[in-house]
Design a protein around this ligand. Sequence first.
Ligand code: SIN
Length: 482
Amino acid sequence: MDQKVPDLQKDQCYIDGTWVGTPSRAVVDPATGEQVGEVPNLGADETRAAIAAAETALKGWRALLASERAALLHRWYALQTEHVDELARLMTLEQGKPLDEARGEVLYGAGFTRLAAEQAGKILGETIPTHKADARIVVIKQPIGVVGAITPWNFPNAMITRKAGPALAAGCTMVLKPAGVTPLSALALAELADRAGIPKGVFNVVTGDAAPIGGELTGNPSVRMISFTGSTQVGKLLARQSADTVKRMALELGGNAPFIVFDDADLDAALDGLMASKFRNTGQTCVCANRIFVQSGVFDRFSEMLVERVATMPVGPGIEEGVAMGPLINDAAVEKVETHVRDAVEKGARVLAGGERHERGGRFYQPTVLTGAGPEMLLWNDETFGPVAPLIKFEDEAEVIDMANDTESGLAAYFYARDLGRVWRVAEALETGIVGVNEGIISTPNAPFGGIKESGLGREGSHHGIEEYIEMKYILMGGLDG
Ligand code: SIN
């Protein structure tokens, strides 16, 4: 099978409206280990050039009417939806997720572009009652400037549009460093930006090693903001590197989501929600259920239901028809899952399903259910980022809230319950930025996505997302009596 997607697959970087660089970094299909493409290995010098291009382009871009920026973003959105199949295929080849999931992500990603286009004309200033009769207080909103964006491999498309859409709508320009293993989706988005007529220098993509590119993005004074999605460890490093130039930070970092099933829950709905939350993207999302708490009255029934469902899950290369779960992204990810499972079993957990590498070999791991998980285990404190569902039995509400909040992370939490009083109490008590009540998938461009505690700073999506890219300027207009 010819695995290339000739129309949108690029092998060069996009800087100042020009395709540059020599392809030299292999892009590998995690399902097969085979090379599916090649991109340049650019460094600090080329990143500096991209930042300079973004700074030059900023003057013209921010000066456009909001309706003009909106029209270009609407065109970019239309192209993303027109090319959904090609973008999805490219994503599956470099990232491994099933084609249907990849299609879903492209549409999710396009939704951020559409939302941004709609918001460009809704960035409103204000007037504030004055403290002096001959003066007026006015607040205007302006783009923050050049944004450095660093995006992850688990969502190679949507995490880009979630940043680039609002940034460009607000009048900012961007230099993007996509994840090293999934650059093709990013370059395809750049190709579509070019076709949409987004002016040169407004959106730039630099591929290569994280250290030199990230070092330049965080150290360069022309970059006024870093927007990052990825691990908490790297987020902290970027924040430290950005401190000397006091950049604004938007950080969407790691999670450790509790998923709670109360005795009064609709168990079928809870099972559907858990399957979606836990096994989406092979368990490789920051909002995946990581610890699953089930109340004692329904524990046995719910674990049986889960084991039964997991046993019928089709696992294989995402490109194959009917596959529900693809491979893990790389060997290190498989080793981490193995370490978490081994550690849990050594400390007393029992394997109810899976627990080993999948018979398909390579980077495939069996969907796994464990019981008897506890706080002494690695998987309690660290997101497994793999298809492992550890079950924990609990007795009452106060106990489960304490256990759910027993983490430095605070991105997403989920619970299933019917009692209205309990629903409000638990939703308010969970220490996370996002709570899914009787829902296992909370992601939508319409809602503010982001975490508290060590899960990050700022929000993406909804009408709040664009605020991250805007500066407020207070103007005191005096001498009005004269
Ligand atoms: C993430 O895992 O970082 C993002 C997940 C999402 O947007 O649903």
